[in-house]
Write a protein that binds this ligand. Structure first.
Ligand code: ZN
Length: 290
């Protein structure tokens, strides 16, 4: 994936609008682009920290420097992937602020939900349901439930400015990875439609640049997923086949290091199509159901 010509400065607080600053964590990768962006909302009288980021002392030190003497009143997480929520604990220890936002995932069993990318130790002090508000000094943040990338994903709407913090649900640089069984393509598409129906002014994703034209961006993403779905149905019309055979045809020109993740997205589409009675699977071979 190409990086921008001028990467954001790591560890420096940049003001993106009067109420909002952004601090980039030093964790660039194929899946995090230039790294996780933590957002600080508010002023000295009270700050919310959105997506504190990975378990990384350097990043936490940068956040504490940006926070300065301000009081942190909430540490909010969009979801519990390891590049988003682990620093919440470090920041709670240092500031005493509560962790508020998405629910912990139910990881009681050893099933596939408890896979490595998840932050198992995430323990929120308060979970926000869809539409619930968090009020601070001059700001109001409302939770927007957006399951799909993960089942517990929330976006956060800053009501004073019309900004939406989109976490990993909508990112300008890449489509979101949807990994079953916790990731769910039907939910993801419904959550995209939910954002499309909103009137947000700007999107601030956890990775990549702000989105100045949210509705157009989201419409494009919905179209992209529909196109992938049609591509899958066309391939299965030609012949029943396994996901491993479909990915190279669907992701020509895409870096092969991303094919395993692409395969999981294809799987997410197939599960959705199977639920709708369009396809069936036996012994890892997928075929049209009729
Ligand atoms: Zn994520």
């Amino acid at each position: 994936m190409e990086h921008p010509a001028e990467p954001w400065p790591v560890g420096e607080a940049e003001r993106v609008e009067p109420l909002v600053r952004r601090v980039l964590a030093p964790n660039p990768s194929f899946f995090t682009y230039t790294g996780t962006q933590t957002y600080l909302v508010g002023h000295a009288g009270g700050l919310a920290v959105i997506d504190p980021g990975p378990d990384d002392e350097e990043h936490v030190a940068a956040l504490l420097a940006a926070i300065g003497d301000a009081r942190v009143t909430a540490i909010a997480c969009t979801h519990t992937h390891r590049d988003h929520s682990p620093a919440a604990r470090l920041l709670r220890d240092r500031t005493g602020a509560p962790v508020i936002g998405c629910a912990a995932l139910d990881l009681e069993d050893d099933g596939p939900r408890s896979d490595a990318p998840f932050d198992h130790d995430y323990a929120p002090d308060r979970v926000l349901a869809d539409g619930e508000r968090l009020e601070g000094d001059g700001w109001t943040i409302a939770a927007v439930a957006t399951p799909g990338h993960t089942s517990n994903h929330l976006c956060f709407a800053l009501e004073e400015s019309g900004a939406l913090f989109t976490g990993d649900h909508v990112m300008g640089w890449s489509t979101s990875v949807v990994v079953p069984p916790d990731g769910d393509m039907a939910q993801y598409l419904a959550s995209l439609q939910k954002l499309h129906d909103r009137e947000d002014r700007v999107h601030y994703p956890a990775h990549g640049p702000a989105g100045d034209n949210p509705r157009q961006l989201v419409r494009g993403m919905i179209g992209h997923r529909r196109q992938r779905e049609r591509q899958i149905l066309r391939l299965l019309e030609e012949a029943p086949q396994a996901i491993a055979a479909m990915v190279p045809k669907m992701y020509k020109g895409v870096n092969e290091a991303l094919w395993p993740a692409a395969g999981r997205s294809v799987h997410a589409h197939l599960i959705d199509l199977e639920r709708r009675g369009e396809v069936a699977c036996s012994a890892e071979t997928w075929q049209l159901a009729r």
